[in-house]
Design a protein around this ligand. Sequence first.
Ligand code: AMP
Length: 282
Amino acid sequence: MDIFHERASLRKELHSLKNQGKTIGLVPTMGALHQGHLSLVGQAAEENDIVVVSIFVNPTQFDNKDDLSKYPRDLDRDISLLHTVHPTIMIFAPDVAEIYTDDISSSSFDFDGLEFQMEGRFRQGHFDGVGTVVKRLFEIIEPDHAYFGEKDYQQLQIIRTLVKKHKLPVSIHGCPIKREENGLAMSSRNERLPDDLRNEAGFIYEILKTSRAQFGTKSVQDIKTWISDKVNEHPKFRLEYIEIANADTLIPARQKESGRKYRAFIAVYAGEVRLIDNIALN
Ligand code: AMP
C-alpha cells in the first residue's frame, strides 16, 4: 500500500498512472475510518482502476476548536484497516502545511443558497472550509470520480454545486448511509460517545423512519413538532435542528408538493457529541 504525505510525490505517481490510461477515484475523508468510509472505498474500487483515499482533518471546516482538538485521529489504524480491505489503494495523508502552506483560511464560496440552510446556520464558515479543502484535493489529485456519503447530504449537494460552478472535470457520486446495528448512522464522532449514549442514540433513526411513514398524512409542521417532542423524551439528548426540505434545493418545505423529493434532516447533541442524520421521505 502506498502512503503519500506530500502532494508532489503523489502527483508524480498519479501522472504516470494517468499516462497509462488509468482512471482515478477519490474518497476524501478525515480519518478514524469505519464501515461507512469503507463502503465509499468499495464503490470507488469497483468503478476505477486506481483509488486514492485522502485522510486529512481539515481545520478550516471546524467552527469549534474543542471539536477540532477532540476529533479522533489514528493514522496507523486507518492504514491497517484500509490495507486489510483494499491492499492496493493509495493513501494521501498530508499535514496542514501541505494543504494550506502558512495561511490556514478558507476561500469564500457561493453555493446558490445551499450553504445558508441547516449545517450552514449552525456551523459558521463550515461549508467555505469544506469547499476550500475539496477543491484543493481535486486540484492535487485530478480524479475522474469522487465519492461522498449521503450521511452528509448537504455537503454532497454543495460539492455537486462546487463542481458545476467551477466546471471541475470530476463526476460526483453519492453513496448510501451505513448504520450501526441499532440504526445510529456511522460516524467517526461515535467513538467519543459513552456506551449508554451510543446504544440509546439508535432512537434517532427510529424517529426519522416514523416521520417518513407520517409524511403525506401529517403536515410538515406537525411532523417537526412530533420529532422535537420525541427527542425531548431523552434527557441526555438535545435537539439542535429538525428540518424537512426539498432534496435538491434544501429549501425548507412548508407542505408536500407533488413531483418533488423531500428529506428530513436532524442534528442532535448526545452529551457533548454532535450527531447528524437524514432520511429520504419520498
Ligand atoms: P468524514 O471522514 O466524516 O469527513 O467522511 C468522509 C466521507 O465519508 C464523507 O463523504 C461522508 O459523508 C462519508 N461518510 C461518513 N459516514 C458515513 C456513513 N455512515 N455512511 C456513508 N458515508 C459516510
